[in-house]
Every structure is written in C-alpha cells, then in structure tokens.
Design a protein around this ligand. Structure first.
Ligand SMILES: [Zn+2]
Length: 149
C-alpha cells in the first residue's frame, strides 16, 4: 500500500537496520512518500498506526537507506561465503595432495616388493637352469667315462 504523509518526527529516531516488515508496535509496515520540503517525494517505511497517532514513537526508515542496508548485509554475507569457499577449496587441495602422496608411497612400496619377488623368481629360474645343466654335464661325463673305459 502506498500513501502520502508528512514525516513529522517529534521523537529521536531509533536506528533500525535494513527492511522491516513490522513496526515494533506489531503493525505491518507500509511505505509512504514524504511531503516535507527537504525530502519531498522521498519514500519511507512506517506503520499505519504511526500515521494516525502522531504523538507516538513508531518505526521510521527511509526506503533508500533501508535498501542500502540490505545491499551491505548481502555484500557482507557474500564476502563470508567467498571466504568460506576459499578455505574449503584450500582444505580440498590439501587433502588431495596428501592422498596423492599416500598413494605414491603405497605404490612405490608395492612396486619394490614386486621387483624383489621378480628378482627372486628370476634367480630361482637361473638356479634351476644351472642345476639342470650340471645334471646334463654330469650325465654326459658319466656316459663319456663309461665309453672311455
Ligand atoms: Zn507502529
């Protein structure tokens, strides 16, 4: 609802922040247009009761100031969210780095074990070949000796 009113303020205005939907008397807030010479057509929030009972102190807030308050509040929230996001990003990067380092260590250890096993397997195989060669040589020498006699 929009109507026109003079902003007579006999009371010191209590500082309020942002856009309100209710006056501290409980009444809903309406926006009005100022008709004073210094603030002509400037919009302000006030409850309907304040308009009718000018002797009482009710919430008063210029709409442009209320909107600036809201922008500042949103800016501050945005800044907090951005900082939170940055911290989260740093934590994720740190976790990924330590996980990569852990996996690298684990893989290096497994690779060392596998290489060791392969070397042992290779040596056993060579040993087997050498054993077979010695048996064959032994047999050949035995045959040779039996033929020579
Ligand atoms: Zn009120």
């Amino acid at each position: 609802m929009t109507s026109s009113s003079t902003s007579s303020s006999r009371f010191p205005r209590i500082s309020t922040h942002g856009v309100h939907i209710r006056c501290w008397c409980g009444e809903g807030i309406t926006n009005f247009g100022s008709s004073t010479a210094e603030n002509r057509y400037r919009r302000f929030y006030r409850c309907q009761i304040a308009k009718d009972r000018k002797s009482e102190n009710h919430l008063f807030k210029w709409i442009d100031e209320a909107l600036l308050d809201e922008i500042q509040t949103v800016d501050a929230k945005h800044e907090r969210v951005a900082q939170g996001l940055k911290k989260f990003e740093e934590r994720v990067i740190e976790n990924v780095k330590s996980e990569i380092a852990r996996i690298e260590d684990e893989m290096t250890e497994k690779l060392k074990e596998k290489v060791k096993l392969e070397i042992e397997k290779g040596m056993k195989h060579k040993l087997k070949i050498a054993t077979v060669a010695m048996v064959v040589v032994g047999a050949v020498v035995g045959i040779w000796n039996s033929l020579a006699v």
